[in-house]
Design a protein around this ligand. Structure first.
Ligand code: ADP
Length: 225
């Protein structure tokens, strides 16, 4: 059993899910005139929806969690607020997944208040119904038990963070600091139940060395807490 529930998502699945999502939107009769991608996770699905729905207008908004160092409280913010006039438009706000939904709710409220489309609906590939604070207008997959979806566009970032977490926690539990490449890959598969392939492991390790999380000594990677 993996320590963290992770599901590896392929590019082919992304295309299939986006096509299915487009079909649901079409069947509902809603004809968006502009798509708004929520950065960063909504970019690929939004671009595919433009293709499958024949929409030429595509803009984006970046909504993300922010950790206020002083308070250690997390809240979502609109990272680069700007003005647009969407009066006369039927808009579709697109993201990859509604988990808690905090960042997407913030984007929705901002767009309605500041950009004023005639109508705004929300479409996502996946909706984690057990934890989400709201139900999107359109989704392709309802997820009942929480899982981390390892999407193809965050493969390197996730691999890096997964390895970091694995070496940090192993150090806390056992004091182990030295790792071989082979040990890292084996433990990664054990911890996360997925295999991302050698190029991603190598790139992630190079980035962790650049960040100073790991040091290279001969054949070994040394964790430096
Ligand atoms: P939260 O507000 O809890 O971070 P959101 O539902 O607002 O979660 O999601 C913010 C972004 O974080 C998503 O658009 C997605 O890119 C990423 N994300 C959140 N949960 C998951 C998950 N379970 N699997 C993969 N990516 C996720």
């Amino acid at each position: 059993m993996a320590r963290v529930p992770v599901k590896l998502v392929s590019w082919d699945e992304i295309v299939e899910w986006s096509r299915g999502l487009a079909e649901r939107i079409r069947e509902s009769g809603y004809k968006p005139t502009i798509i708004i991608a929520v950065a960063r996770g909504g970019y690929v699905p939004a671009r595919l929806l433009c293709d499958f729905l024949g929409v030429e207008n595509l803009v984006s908004i970046q909504s993300q969690h922010w950790t206020e160092a002083a308070k250690m409280a997390e809240r979502a913010i609109i990272k680069f607020p700007y003005k647009l006039d969407l009066r006369g438009h039927k808009a579709l706000l697109v993201d990859d997944i509604v988990d808690t939904g905090d960042t997407l709710m913030l984007a929705r409220d901002y767009v309605l208040r500041e950009w004023r489309p005639d109508e705004l609906r929300i479409a996502v590939l996946q909706w984690i119904s057990s934890v989400a604070k709201f139900k999107p207008d359109y989704y392709y997959i309802e997820v009942k038990e929480w899982v981390w979806f390892q999407y193809p566009w965050t493969r390197l970032e996730d691999t890096m963070q997964f390895i970091k977490r694995m070496v940090e926690e192993t150090y806390k539990e056992t004091g182990k600091r030295e790792w071989t490449y082979k040990e890292i890959v084996e433990k990664f598969k054990e911890w996360y139940g997925i295999d991302v392939g050698e190029t991603y492991y190598r790139d992630a390790l190079r980035m962790l060395v650049e960040k100073g999380v790991l040091k290279v000594e001969g054949e070994k990677y040394i964790y430096t807490p």
